[in-house]
Design a protein around this ligand. Structure first.
Ligand SMILES: [Fe+2]
Ligand SMILES: [Fe+2]
Length: 153
């Protein structure tokens, strides 16, 4: 949807999708940080534990914005994929972070289009941490950080 067409109602719905992604991230990081096995994954497992706590803070911030817009925050996470393979788990996390970053970049533009500058600022701060998550996951996988500039949410 183009920024010109954004309304507060639509923004609240989109933030509820963001919230469902934050719940998904909390669950994935809680589980993956505990089940990742192997000496080469110990450092990233510790980082995933920190991610879990940061995702919870994001969920609280996003819920607050939804309430501020007069809507009820969702209680349902997006589905969480699991695997026995550590690389697959990290890959799922990276895919989710990529999707989250694309969504929040758009959300910042939409908040600004509505004159909601404080909300845009809160989402920018979340975005900074999501990009750190993305960098840590790509580094753990030994791949370049994906360029999301051309992706659309
Ligand atoms: Fe998050
Ligand atoms: Fe994240």
């Amino acid at each position: 949807m183009s920024d010109a067409a954004i309304t507060r109602e639509r923004l609240a719905d989109l933030l509820n999708e963001d919230l469902a992604r934050e719940y998904q991230a909390i669950i994935a990081y809680v589980v993956y940080s505990q089940v990742l096995k192997g000496a080469e994954y110990m450092a990233i497992a510790d980082q995933l534990k920190i991610h879990a706590e940061q995702e919870l803070a994001h969920a609280l911030t996003i819920s607050r914005q939804i309430d501020y817009l007069g809507k009820m925050p969702t209680v349902a996470p997006k589905p969480v994929r699991t695997s026995e393979d550590p690389k697959a788990m990290l890959r799922f996390d990276l895919d989710n972070e990529n999707e989250t970053i694309v969504a929040y970049r758009e959300r910042v533009r939409q908040c600004e289009a509505l004159g909601e500058y404080a909300m845009a600022e809160q989402i920018r701060q979340i975005l900074v941490q999501e990009q750190d998550h993305q960098i840590e996951l790509a580094t753990a996988l030994g791949i370049p950080v994906p360029d999301l500039q051309k992706r659309k949410s």
